[in-house]
Design a protein around this ligand. Structure first.
Ligand code: FE
Length: 344
């Protein structure tokens, strides 16, 4: 009697263990990776599809244009997110500074991304770069009349320059790079000088500045280069793009200021191994080439073929200042924008 009880108990336990095991196996070897993205799905989904074809790992992406940092914070260790994708060194460093990331040290990632485009501690990685260029009116500015950011404060540009807010992350990063190169006192003079030369109160996005050149409101603007690609593809905006010449500044000096879009592994990533595989794919030659063909940004990896349009612009010298250093000067750059009343 006793023996048969134990025997049936043992059988029951075996049955229970067998029924549980597939569930436990699944939890340990999930074939998924979860992504929070500030980048548009049209841009990154095709890359995720290729990754899934190659690895069998499914990518679940949530497009979170606003409040990604707050969302990660409030979810804490229960967050399903493994990876975050965002633009601008400011947003990448903010996520790290909030303690929401963990370091990655993989040769397949580090070997493809130059040191100045990634966090020295491995918490964030640039995937694409964007040049902050000067665009000039084809009608009213001669080619070669301006070649550096420093010349933006020259007296002959008074009342002729348009930019977006001095506190937008793109402008903040440029000012931060000026602090890194020239020191805070010189950067302050530069920003005050640029403010003095503005044609109007800072407003609108980068493309709105190019439109203002087309409409004769200003003659120069400072924009990220890929907006030229976007405007050329847009029937309403192509005329704006065609009204300007592109200047990649500071070719005889430190080179053109660069920013990045990038990625970071979350602190509590539930699918860490899969997430690192996706990071490796996006830093690889194939992942990098897809990025370039999609939206006109430059690859971080050397030797990746550029688009026909990028080739038509020619090669240029990019500033090799570490974006970690740019991040360190962001707070001072925002303070300078206040001090010189840039947006007033
Ligand atoms: Fe942008």
């Amino acid at each position: 009697m006793k023996l048969s009880f134990f025997r049936s108990l043992a059988t029951a336990l075996v049955v229970l263990a067998m029924s549980l095991s597939p569930v436990m196996m699944q939890a340990a070897e999930s074939n998924e990776v979860n992504v929070y993205s500030y980048r548009k799905p049209q841009l990154i989904d095709p890359m995720f599809e290729v990754f899934t074809e190659q690895t069998g790992i499914k990518v679940n992406s949530v497009f979170a244009k606003k409040g990604m940092l707050e969302r990660l914070k409030s979810e804490g260790r229960n967050s399903p997110a493994d990876l975050v994708f965002t633009v601008d060194i400011g947003r990448l460093s903010d996520i790290k500074d909030a303690g929401l990331t963990q370091p990655v040290d993989r040769v397949q990632v580090n070997g493809n991304i130059p040191t100045h485009y990634r966090d020295p501690e491995g918490h964030w990685f640039g995937l694409t770069t964007r040049a902050r260029i000067i665009v000039t009116s084809k009608d009213r500015v001669k080619p070669g009349e301006i070649t550096t950011y420093e010349q933006l404060i020259d007296a002959n540009w008074k009342g002729r320059i348009c930019t977006r807010s001095g506190k937008h992350p793109y402008m903040v990063a440029l000012t931060a790079s000026m602090i890194a190169h020239h020191g805070e006192a010189e950067a302050r003079k530069w920003l005050a000088g640029l403010k003095r030369n503005l044609a109007r109160k800072p407003q609108g996005n980068d493309r709105a500045q190019v439109k203002a050149i087309k409409e004769g409101e200003c003659d120069l603007a400072v924009i990220n280069h890929y907006y030229m690609v976007k405007m050329l593809k847009d029937p309403e905006q192509v005329a704006w793009a065609n009204a300007v010449n592109m200047v990649f500044p500071n070719q005889d000096g430190q080179g053109t200021h660069m920013n990045v879009s990038g990625m970071a592994l979350t602190r509590h990533a539930p699918n860490k191994a899969n997430a690192i595989k996706l990071m490796e794919f996006l830093a690889s030659a194939q992942g990098q080439e897809m990025y370039v063909q999609k939206n006109g940004e430059y690859p971080v990896k050397a030797g990746v073929p550029l688009s026909a349009l990028q080739n038509s612009w020619g090669s240029f010298k990019a500033d090799s200042l570490s974006l970690a250093v740019v991040a360190d000067h962001r707070a001072a750059a925002i303070r300078l924008a206040d001090e010189v009343g840039y947006n007033n």
